[in-house]
Design a protein around this ligand. Structure first.
Ligand SMILES: [Ca+2]
Length: 265
């Protein structure tokens, strides 16, 4: 019997170790570590230093921006090359403007704590309707079928673009942990890009699973004298699908950048 244990126990230990090793390899293969990106500045443009940027999009030659703070919230159309505001409306003073997106011929704008969203005609900025949602309003984008919104939690909400009813949600995970503070959004080539509030980072999220597939580190993008102003956090991602240009800025930033993502090994 003693001899049996002498042989069996080492074999058993080896078997367990082997199983653990195989399991670990499988987990590594099927849950790859998120990739990491740095950046290269392609172009630098002026940005209104009084704009508390909460939403940013590119459409047909212009940037569209939603700005926040009670009494200072706007929806505006901006010329890229000059930073000049060419069209703008002020939100009623009680609303704190948040993310914006363009869906077909309409602009949709969220508000922070009022549970009210606004739908405007894209060209005239005429207010067409309001809608309600139960959570806070932070970022908004769309995947062509559904609106996608954030509320500062790890949850992203998919809404019907006609009724604004919630269709589904995903929880966003980074390295197995829920990722909080998802802010301004942009849907780019099948992935959701999200500013992570109070960081200089953007998470790139797989919309089917909620997994963060990559992180972009933009710390240091606004530098020197520009940084010494009373600037806020990085917040604002826009994408020119036609020319594949990626734009980013931040709250009260005097600059808006076109950047290229550079993989970091
Ligand atoms: Ca955006």
């Amino acid at each position: 019997m003693k001899r049996f244990y002498k042989i069996f126990i080492p074999i058993f230990i080896l078997l367990v170790l082997g199983c653990v090793l195989i399991l670990y390899s499988l987990i590594s293969i099927y849950s790859p570590e998120p990739a990491f990106f740095g950046y290269k500045i392609v172009n630098t443009f002026s940005h209104d230093p009084n704009a508390f940027t909460q939403g940013l999009i590119w459409e047909n030659g212009y940037l569209y921006e939603g700005t926040g703070l009670a009494g200072r919230s706007t929806l505006r159309k901006v010329e890229l090359e000059t930073g000049k505001v060419v069209q703008s409306i002020n939100l009623p003073a009680k609303y704190f403007g948040e993310g914006i997106t363009i869906f077909k011929d309409k602009i949709i704008q969220l508000t922070y704590l009022s549970n009210v969203g606004f739908v405007y005609d894209k060209d005239s900025f005429e207010l067409l309707r309001e809608f309600n949602y139960p959570n806070e309003g932070w970022g908004i984008t769309h995947d062509g079928q559904r609106l996608i919104t954030s509320d500062g939690t790890p949850t992203l909400y998919f809404l019907d673009p006609q009724t604004f009813e919630k269709v589904s949600t995903i929880d966003v995970y980074h390295n197995g942990k829920l990722l909080w503070d998802l802010n301004e959004l942009e849907f780019i080539d099948g992935r959701i890009y999200a500013n992570i509030w109070k960081t200089g980072q953007i998470a790139i999220i797989e919309p089917k699973t909620g997994q963060v597939t990559a992180l972009v580190e933009l710390k240091g993008l606004l530098a020197g004298r520009d940084r010494s102003r009373n600037v806020g956090v990085l917040n604002g991602i826009a994408y020119d699908q036609v020319n594949h240009r990626l734009f980013v800025t931040g709250k009260f930033w005097p600059k808006l950048f076109e950047i290229k993502l550079i993989p970091v090994k």
